[in-house]
Write a protein that binds this ligand. Structure first.
Ligand code: KDG
Ligand code: MG
Length: 432
């Protein structure tokens, strides 16, 4: 009989299950921590019966409390009593079991559980997480910094400041003549030496910004010309169009930036339509990056299979955790597509640490975004990761390498904050 049921009397095959001690670590409690040290963060803390603690990042910028409720009301009660070691089973249980799959709130909640369970497993194994993911594939993680300016001289100064901080690859964003506020441009130059553009603003209503694609398309190539003129051909330069262009506008931008040899052009079109990238790809050799608002492998299906992009931009936090993002990255690797994981300040230090362990372990690493967290944030999240000579490293602490300080967090209660909305000159709402 081939493939049929095994008779109850069948002898256990050689190498089959043994009667040795089982590895089990029961989850005693799970709680959701919401705090606002500099900005809002949602963190899941899972504790096993042996007192081992795992942390997961559940921060969804501007919609934080939706994920906090999803976790508190619908996930935490399911976790207590489960075996913390069964990461894959728990992921499938939360993803398939809910029936209502995908979406940023669901996938951020699942990501937090997944991160916390990997943290616990690595702590129990007595290893930094990257060792469980296969060990280091490199000695350090190349990260890009952020430069911006309200005009070209201010931008050039900002590039110099980022280079002085150690960055060897730099994202360039700039104001556009005739537009009041533009994505990625800090209202004031940084006084701390740290890049301090923060799009979410603490207010009961979202701020409104304006947008004019024609003015932007005219201006951006002149900015890259000035940057290349000042810093030469070798400095890797990146740019984020933040989902604002139509396919033909994006194609034109990619083509007009070709002489300036960008490392990547990010999010040139809105995220929903994967087919749009076919048109862009047909017209330009500027490398393309996308995915910070994607939350499952299905959002990448056409893009990866047809090799329409060069970099995967998801964060561990918004794409279902380490388990799910690893699968996306492995699929991408078969098509020579590399990682460029999302790392703004709204990915908490826990989410950032998870990204660094993945970055160190995977083969198809490309680059990591790094927007340093503020001093209040670092007072709540104590991290082991290092920034040295333009490279990041997750450090050698067991697990993710992050501890949460409840006392420090108590000084920073949640405050409502929203990402801005964007309008064209005639008042029409546009992609932000
Ligand atoms: O929450 C939104 C921010 O994370 C996003 O605007 C940052 O586009 C971004 C980037 O590339 O870091
Ligand atoms: Mg972006």
């Amino acid at each position: 009989m081939i493939g049929g049921p095994v008779p109850a009397t069948a002898a256990a095959p050689a190498g089959g299950p043994t009667a040795g001690p089982t590895t089990r670590s029961t989850i005693r409690s799970a709680e959701v921590l919401v705090a606002s040290p500099g900005r809002n963060f949602v963190t899941l803390r899972v504790v096993t019966e042996d007192g081992v603690v795992g942390l997961g990042d559940a921060t969804l910028n501007g919609r934080e409390l939706a994920v906090a409720s999803y976790l508190t009301d619908h996930v935490v009660p399911l976790l207590v009593g489960r075996d913390a070691h069964r990461i894959e089973d728990t992921w499938q249980y939360l993803y398939r079991g809910a029936y209502w799959r995908r979406g940023p709130v669901t996938m951020t909640a699942i990501a937090a559980v997944d991160m916390a369970l990997w943290d616990i497993k690595a702590r129990l194994a007595g290893m930094p997480l990257y060792q469980l993911l296969g060990g280091a594939s490199r000695t350090g993680i190349m990260a890009y910094g952020h430069a911006s300016g309200r005009d070209v001289p201010e931008l050039l100064d900002s590039v110099r400041a980022q280079m002085a901080e150690g960055f060897r690859s730099i994202r360039v964003q700039t104001s556009v003549p005739g537009i009041d506020k533009v994505y990625g441009v800090a209202a004031q130059p940084s006084t701390s030496g740290r890049y301090d553009y923060e799009p979410a603003q603490r207010a009961p209503l979202p701020a409104e910004e304006d947008w004019d694609p024609a003015a932007y398309l005219r201006h951006i190539p002149t900015v890259f010309e000035a940057v290349r003129h000042e810093f030469g051909p070798a400095l890797p330069l990146l740019h984020d169009a933040h989902h604002r262009l139509t396919p033909i506008q994006a194609a034109r931008l990619g083509k007009s930036l070709e002489p300036y040899d960008l490392f990547w052009l990010e999010d040139c079109t809105p995220a929903e339509n994967q087919d749009a990238l076919r048109l862009v790809r047909a017209h330009t050799t500027t490398p393309l990056a996308i995915g910070e608002v994607f939350n499952t492998v299905w959002d990448y299906q056409t893009l990866i299979r047809e090799q329409l992009v060069d970099y995967v931009r998801s964060s561990v936090t918004h794409a279902g955790g380490i388990t799910a993002l690893r699968r996306i990255l492995d699929l991408a690797a078969q098509y020579q597509i590399r990682s460029g994981l999302h790392g703004p300040t709204d990915v908490s230090p826990v989410g950032m640490a998870a990204a660094l362990h993945l970055d160190l372990a995977i083969h198809n690493f490309g680059i990591q975004e790094y927007m340093q967290h503020s001093t209040p944030t670092s007072s709540v999240f104590r991290t082991s990761f290092r920034w040295e000579g333009g490279y990041l490293h997750p450090g050698e602490h067991h697990g993710l390498g992050v501890e949460y300080d409840d006392e420090a967090a108590a000084h920073f209660p949640y405050q409502a904050a929203y990402l801005p909305v964007s309008r064209l000159k005639d008042g029409t709402i546009h992609d932000w």
